[in-house]
Design a protein around this ligand. Structure first.
Ligand code: ZN
Ligand code: ZN
Length: 330
């Protein structure tokens, strides 16, 4: 049964993408054909007002482009297969980056000595934080969840694009809802008002309701993902950590999330800010890879301060959750 559902989710993926693009572009079209001409009157505007109108137009084009760019990248970027080689070194690497990759390789060797495991379903080596996606039928690095709206898994290499896509969507939906409110009132008053726009009245009403619904739904999902980013967890890890936290509490111990370096540092690590990219690069609609190859992850100081047996217990608990994925519908 689970397999049938997985197959259905996989097959319906492309249709979901087409629907998402149509709905987003419908709202964009409603904005440029109705809301923008309604809000801004070019012919009576002063020079200053005209500059403001042009700036507004540029801002909205930027938002629409960012939505499409990050959506495209979330769909097209492989989330990270465990069979890919993560040890590529580029000729343009700086000495710090080379040092970082060397540190990465050493970490990998150390980790592999301790946890040489393979996935029972796809028989590939299974690094820490990787999980098997039953829809894609492959293991994914730092797996978060499978998203039918991008017909892809959300994993190490595309999580950043996915979160930025949601962020731009939520901000744009709020902006659209605020400015399309008055045209919406006019659009539903069929008796007393004229409609001089090249866009059907009912469609504008539909676009506003859609923007509100999409904004609220994505807003909740987006807030959830920012919470996960700030606490250095994936969706899968959250449930496991929640359980482990309860267990530690009942034993009078303090639970330590080994990947948690504090909210600010977690955010920087997620958006890959610091080493090569400055903070404002999150506003650039350009491809930016995540930090690291996604096979091994640095652990925080608090984790190393735990007793050796507790460190091992925690790692074993994480592995058990990974193995649970493999046991499903075998
Ligand atoms: Zn697998
Ligand atoms: Zn998947």
């Amino acid at each position: 049964m689970a397999k049938i559902v997985d197959r259905a989710i996989w097959n319906i993926g492309p249709l979901f993408i087409v629907i998402a693009v149509i709905l987003v572009d419908l709202c964009a079209l409603a904005y440029y054909l109705v809301v923008f001409p309604y809000t801004y009157n070019w012919s009576d505007a002063s020079i200053l007002r005209r500059i403001y109108i042009i700036a507004t137009l540029a801002f909205t084009f930027y938002m629409v482009y960012c939505i499409h760019f990050h959506y495209y990248m979330a769909i097209r970027t492989p989330p990270g297969g465990t069979a890919d080689s993560g040890r590529t070194s580029r000729p343009d690497q700086t000495s710090e980056e080379q040092e970082a990759s060397l540190r990465q390789v050493l970490l990998e060797m150390e980790e592999y000595d301790e946890y040489p495991r393979t996935c029972k379903k796809c028989h590939q080596p299974k690094p820490e934080r990787a999980h098997h996606c039953s829809v894609c039928n492959s293991c994914v690095l730092r797996f978060d969840h499978h998203c039918p709206w991008i017909h892809n898994c959300v994993g190490h290499f595309n999580h950043r694009y996915f979160v930025l896509f949601m962020t731009y969507m939520v901000v744009s939906a709020a902006y659209f809802a605020v400015f399309s409110w008055r045209p919406f009132i006019i659009s539903i008053d069929f008796v007393n008002t004229e409609w001089p726009y090249y866009f059907p009245r009912p469609l504008l009403a539909f676009a506003l309701i859609l923007a509100i619904c999409m904004g609220l739904a994505l807003g909740a999902l987006c807030a959830w993902h920012y919470y996960l980013i700030l606490t250095a967890q994936t969706t899968v890890e959250f449930y496991n950590n929640y359980y482990e936290k309860g267990l530690a509490k009942s034993e009078g111990e303090i639970f330590v999330n080994m990947y948690n370096f504090g909210a600010k540092e977690n955010l920087k690590r997620f958006f890959n800010i610091g080493d090569r990219y400055r903070w404002y690069t999150v506003f650039y609609p350009i491809p930016i890879p995540p930090r690291g190859a996604g096979r091994v992850f640095e652990k925080c100081e608090e984790f190393y301060q735990l007793s050796h047996s507790r460190q091992r217990n925690q790692i074993r608990a994480n592995q058990e959750v990974q193995d649970l994925d493999d046991m499903k519908d075998i």
